[in-house]
Design a protein around this ligand. Structure first.
Ligand code: FE
Length: 216
């Protein structure tokens, strides 16, 4: 199976070239159904689209990434755990039952003053769902997927992150089989903080590499 087979749809309809052409421009069936449902519920005044957006945002940025944040905080306070995480993230996370039988290979990459890691899926939107929840919409967008490879520093700047010129940037391209987790740098001045307090600082973007962790 090639890395991106899960996104390829062969409708097996020879002779329906025109239909297929139109179809390929529409969202995939589940997405289309959800959209149709949302439109209907909105039309009937049963839901407010802003409420749906707020829920999606909460799952993308608050609830979803909490598991990854706990992994990062543990790596910061437990050097033996960090060593094992960086050496074999799949095995280490599986031992504490964090991968939920997804059958994915996880790789953890550590940010240091010398090296900053960023994650993308250039072909589609592969993302470490068990650790980070739903991917943010920008992660799935064509501009992010294409530009982060060509100009990672420029993309980082748009996220409000400016790294020292001497910090190298490495971009990791996810596939259906291999997903990446960035272990961000622990912020200065966090020495006295508990693992739980540290976990609360870790943002989703910092684990994708489009953000840094700060004390505020
Ligand atoms: Fe993908």
């Amino acid at each position: 199976m090639s890395p991106h087979d899960h996104h390829h749809h062969d409708h097996g309809e020879p002779g329906l070239g025109e239909h297929h052409h139109i179809h390929s421009k529409l969202p995939s069936d589940p997405a289309l159904r959800v959209k149709a449902l949302e439109s209907l519920l909105t039309e009937k005044g049963l839901v407010d689209p802003a409420t749906i957006d707020a829920w999606v945002e909460t799952y993308e940025s608050k609830i979803g990434p909490r598991i990854g944040a706990r992994v990062v905080a543990r790596a910061w306070v437990d050097s033996e755990f960090k060593r094992r995480l960086l050496a074999d993230a799949t095995k280490t996370l599986d031992e504490i039952d964090l991968l939920g039988n997804q059958g994915q290979h996880m790789v953890a990459v550590e940010n240091t003053p010398q090296l900053h890691n960023m994650v993308v899926c250039t072909l589609c939107s592969c993302y470490p769902l068990p650790l980070l929840g739903l991917p943010p919409s920008w992660y799935k967008s064509a501009p992010y997927r294409s530009r982060v490879v060509i100009d990672p520093r420029g993309v980082l700047k748009e996220f409000g992150v400016e790294l020292p010129a001497e910090t190298k940037i490495r971009v990791w391209d996810s596939t259906a089989e291999v997903r990446y987790l960035v272990v961000p740098q622990r912020p200065n001045g966090s020495d006295g903080m508990s693992e739980e307090q540290l976990a609360a600082l870790v943002t989703r973007d910092s684990m994708i590499g489009t953000g840094l962790v700060s004390l505020t």
